[in-house]
Structure formats: C-alpha cells, structure tokens
Write a protein that binds this ligand. Structure first.
Ligand code: KIV
Ligand code: ZN
Length: 512
C-alpha cells in the first residue's frame, strides 16, 4: 500500500454540474492550468460525450496540461468511451473514467436493466477502455447504496478486465463517516483482487459530511485517492472540498500518515479563481478559504495569537496563500509588469490583442482605484461583460440618478451583436432601475433567482463583484460582473448572464 494520497479534482466535471456553474472553454483552460500549478494529481476535465463543447474543452485541456493526468468521464458504452479516448488523445497522461449505476434503485428505475446486464456492461466497457488507454477508472454510481455482494462481484470483474482505479461514489450524500469507512474496508477485504487497483472515494455533501466521509474512507477504508472540487463546488450541496480534505490530511499528518503532492500556497488563488469564474461566492466562515478563516475577532483570541500563534491557529494562513493577498500593481505599472502578473496568477492569454484589451481595462481600473490586488486582476480578466466575438451583449456605459425620496432612474448603453443600444427605466433602487433598463430592451423574460454583491478585497475602495442567476425555460445560468461601482457591476453581471442564456448548451448529465 502506497503512503501517498492521490488528489483527483473534479471541479471541471462534477463541480460544473452545479446549476449555473457552466464555464467557457477559456475559463476551463485557465482553471485547469491553475490546478496544474496547485499540483493536483488528476484533473477530471469534463464529460466529452455530453456535448461538442465539452469534448473541445477536454481536448484543449489534454493538450495544455503536462504534469497532471487528464481524465474524461464516460458512461459505460463504446460510443462515450471512444469519444473520451479521442478527446484525450494528445494528453501526456490520459485516464478514462467510466461509470454505471449499481444500486437496485438506479438499475431498476433509471437504467431499467437487470443486475446481470449491468454486470456485463461494466465488464465490457472496462475491457473496451483498456484497449484505448492504460489508465482506466471505474465507478459504480450510487455505489454506497448498492448491495455489497453485487458490488463485490462487479468490482472483482472490472479489476480483472484491467481497471486501475476503483472509485466508490456516495452519489446522493447519504453516508455517515464510520459506516462509509467500513464499507470501503469491507469491499477491499472481500474483493479477491482488490490489491490490483487503487481505491478511491467520491462523496457528495447532502448531509454536510462529504469531507468527513472521504477522510473516513481513507483512514478506515484504506482508500488512496480522494475525488474533490475546489470550494466544494457541485450539484445540490456540492462535493467534498479539496482545500478542506488536503489541509486536514496535511495538518493531521500525525493521524493520517499520508503524503500529498499539493502545493498548498496556491489554494486561495485557486479558490478565488473558481468562485469568480462560476459566480459561486465562498461563505466568509468557510474553512481554509473563507474571508474569516484566519480572522480572530474576540479580544481573548487576538491576545493569545499575538503571544503565541499556535494558541488559536492550527494552520498558517500563508501556507494556503493568504499572505499573497498583497498590493501588486498600480497606476504606474507597465504592460510587461501586468503581463508577468497574469502569468504568475496562472492566466495565459493566447493573443496579444487579448492582453492589450485586458491591459486597457487594468489602466482604466487603476485610474479609479489606487491599489490593485491579485483579486482585482482575476476579476478583470474573468469579466464576462466584455463582449467577445461570439457573444450577443456587451456593456458600454451607465448613468443613474438616485436621491432620497425620489424614484431612481437609470440609462444603460450596451451592445447587441455589436450595435449600440440604450435602455432607460426607473426602479426601486439604482440596481433595479439599471437591470430593468436592460431588460426593457432585451425582453428575455428570464426570472432572476439570485442576486449577490461581494467586496473583492474588503474595503469600500474595493471592487464590487456581483453574481446574477437567471432562469429561463428550465435553464439556469450565473453571470458575474465586477467594478468599483456596484451598479455598473450589476449591469455587467446581468449582461453576462443574458449571454450565457443565449449560448446553446444542450448537454447530457452524468447522473441523467
Ligand atoms: O456522484 C457520482 O456518482 C458521480 C459519478 C459519475 C462518478 O459523479
Ligand atoms: Zn459525483
């Protein structure tokens, strides 16, 4: 048994299944590069057979990433597996992850297949995948709620067919740490060829125990791979959070006795990149990456930390990247310094014109804000309101008037397919008036299901980062926008959400 814990990140696949978290190819590529910098062992880049867009994302990531294994998900059928192999063809290290449900409930109600049919299909697909790549992971979906005898039979068979990793998902977040840990242990003890594969845990957070369950799977069950996402992003209550599981194993090495390859000082930047890209804001009291994770408000705690830091701190803030939160650039910074900072932050822009456009926005921001932090730069480059070639709407300018006792008025200029238009409206507040001004013109009919504002770097001088979640005809999208003026940030976020609603994103869901 190895004493290394493999970190398998599925932010770009399972994380992206959160409503509204879908990302563009460039956004996924940027996050994949950041995950490589973080030194995750495996990046699950997507589900190539689910859509042409996802196929292209996996292909682009497979071509760009050299240090991590790039993995593509596929259902247990030849077509999906071939698509995954095709998308991964240029990867330095490729893995196909194939899955089929094994619980009685899923087999009967969802797949409408008998256990024997599922058994045969699992075996056949692993055999098929092993002919295409050497590294094949198999997951019995809803594994934790599956009959243990049947599961042992399936797992033994797929290991015989060459599966190199066996992942046991708690697909619906039903497990309890001790029970899940013992479940993995039982499987490993009962499957005769269990030592021929690496065992992996994949826990959802419906009862808030995804991290605890994963850790129990490692400690009690002997799993040596954890599947997780940045910020715990994922459908419903999310997945096991990478930063929490990594810091738990590192901080309590005395207990787990395992090594992890993660370069933890990149954790915070990665968390921020994912939250800014997806619009899923990190709660302030979130472990490791929340704004308050290392803040000591009470006098007793502050006094203790000043006398001896370990009185109240079990991890060092700088070890997970907090000290990197420094002023990096200002008004006088040149294009080269800006370009270098982008590279340091893991943002690689393909064309000189993209760099020039981002630099122009940086200069504009530096004129209005004296201190530019890393977070500002990340927000600036992920600003989706800037009209890209294939996008319908782009922000141009906004003016609004609000005064105590008067109904606010707003006028917004924006582009529709490159042509400038102007919308005007009143509203309950300046934000309401501005979004109504846009909607009056666009007539999207979308329902707003979430609106949130977050100060990017703490003070009132900070940029406001706004997330708008829109729902229309069964689709949910998140748009984000940032600006020192929160009304402008709101208009940008609204336009970015409208752009996402326009883009066709028909895809097959992994749990579908
Ligand atoms: O939760 C789950 O079961 C999954 C599988 C597709 C591995 O994400
Ligand atoms: Zn999952």
């Amino acid at each position: 048994m190895t004493d290394k814990l493999i970190i398998f990140d599925t932010t770009l696949r399972d994380g992206e299944q959160s409503p509204g978290a879908s990302m563009t190819r460039d956004e996924k590529l940027r996050i994949a590069r950041q995950l490589e910098r973080l030194k995750v062992d495996v990046i699950e880049a997507g589900f190539p057979a689910s859509s042409v867009g996802d196929f292209e994302c996996v292909q682009a990531i497979a071509r760009a990433i050299k240090d991590a294994t790039v993995c593509g998900l596929s259902r247990a059928n030849d077509r999906d597996i071939s698509r995954a192999a095709e998308a991964l063809k240029d990867a330095a290290n490729a893995r196909i992850h194939t899955f089929i449900a094994t619980s009685a409930l899923h087999m009967e109600k969802k797949l409408r297949m008998t256990p024997d049919q599922v058994f045969e299909q699992a075996k056949q697909s692993v055999r098929f995948a092993r002919n295409l790549v050497a590294d094949v992971e198999f997951s019995p979906e809803d594994g934790y709620r599956s009959d243990v005898d049947f599961l042992c039979r399936v797992i033994e068979a797929v290991i015989n067919e060459g599966a190199t990793t066996i992942n046991v998902p708690d697909t619906v977040g039903y497990a309890i740490p001790e029970l899940y840990g013992n479940f993995i242990k039982t499987l490993r003890e009962r499957v005769p060829n269990s030592d021929k594969a690496i065992w992996s845990v994949h826990c959802h957070n419906d009862l808030g125990m995804a991290v605890a369950n994963s850790l129990a799977g490692v400690k009690i069950g002997g799993a040596r791979q954890v599947e997780c996402t940045i910020n715990g992003l994922g459908e419903r209550a999310g997945n096991c959070s990478l930063e929490e599981v990594v810091m738990a194993v590192k901080t309590r090495r005395d207990y787990f006795g395992l090594d992890i390859g993660i370069d933890t000082k990149h954790i915070l930047a990665t968390s921020r990149m994912v939250s800014q890209t997806t619009g899923f804001v990190v709660q302030p009291n979130k472990a490791v990456v929340g704004a308050n994770a290392f803040a000591h408000a009470s006098g007793i705690h502050q006094d203790g930390v000043l006398k001896a830091r370990d009185t109240y701190e079990i991890m060092r803030a700088e070890d997970v990247g907090w000290s990197h939160n420094k002023i990096v650039l200002g008004k006088l910074s040149g294009r080269n310094a800006f370009k270098q900072r982008l590279l340091d932050l893991g943002v690689s822009m393909e064309s000189e014109s993209d760099i020039n456009a981002a630099f122009a926005r940086f200069k504009e921001l530096a004129d209005r804000k004296s201190e530019i932090f890393d977070e500002d730069i990340l927000a600036l480059v992920s600003d989706e309101s800037v009209a890209h070639d294939n996008e319908q709407y782009g922000f141009v300018s906004l003016s609004q008037h609000s005064e105590t006792g008067e109904r606010p008025q707003a006028s917004v200029v924006f582009t529709v397919n490159g042509k400038e238009v102007k919308g005007e409206s009143d509203g309950n507040g300046p934000v309401d008036a501005s979004l109504k001004a846009i909607e009056m013109h666009v007539q999207s009919g979308a329902e707003m299901v979430l609106y949130s504002v977050n100060a990017i770097s703490g003070s009132t001088e900070s940029q406001g980062e706004v997330t708008v979640r829109l729902q229309n005809s069964g689709r949910v999208v998140n748009g984000t926008g940032s600006d020192p003026d929160i009304v402008v940030a709101s208009a940008k976020a609204y336009l970015s959400a409208l752009n996402k609603l326009q883009s066709k994103a028909d895809r097959v869901s992994a749990q579908g």
